[in-house]
Ligand binder design. Structure first.
Ligand code: FES
Length: 115
């Protein structure tokens, strides 16, 4: 943890069994809509909002560690938030995830966008 991080920054959003491998579920995290993705048993969280035109990424398909926007097909890496193909050119914020036992916690403060 960094010096500004406390356990209270994390919010419990779901149980691990709520987000099966290869699936995405959207949760509220202190006002942020966050898409929680299960990539081969590891959990990642990204903003549920495409930077191209506001598409609901949580309704898109997760292919490996890439999420595809259901509107126009832009893809983002859910680990880094990077935009991987057009029409999106700006990455999406990621959120830190902590799995404690069988519960998923998300830090509700987004990380910096990486592209
Ligand atoms: S809104 Fe996501 S690709 Fe256009």
């Amino acid at each position: 943890m960094t010096e500004n991080t406390t356990a209270e920054d994390f919010k419990k959003v779901a149980k691990t069994s709520d987000v099966p491998t290869g699936e995405v579920k959207v949760y509220d995290c202190a006002g942020h809509k966050v898409a929680v993705c299960n990539v081969d048993g590891k959990f990642f969280a990204v903003q549920d909002l495409c930077t191209h035109d506001g598409g609901p990424l949580g309704e898109g398909e997760l292919v490996g560690s890439q999420i595809e926007c259901p509107r126009h097909g832009a893809r983002f890496d859910v680990k880094s938030g990077k935009a991987l193909c057009l029409p999106a050119v700006i990455g999406i914020p990621t959120f830190e995830v902590s799995v404690r036992g069988d519960e998923i916690f998300v830090k509700c403060t987004p990380a910096q966008v990486s592209n």
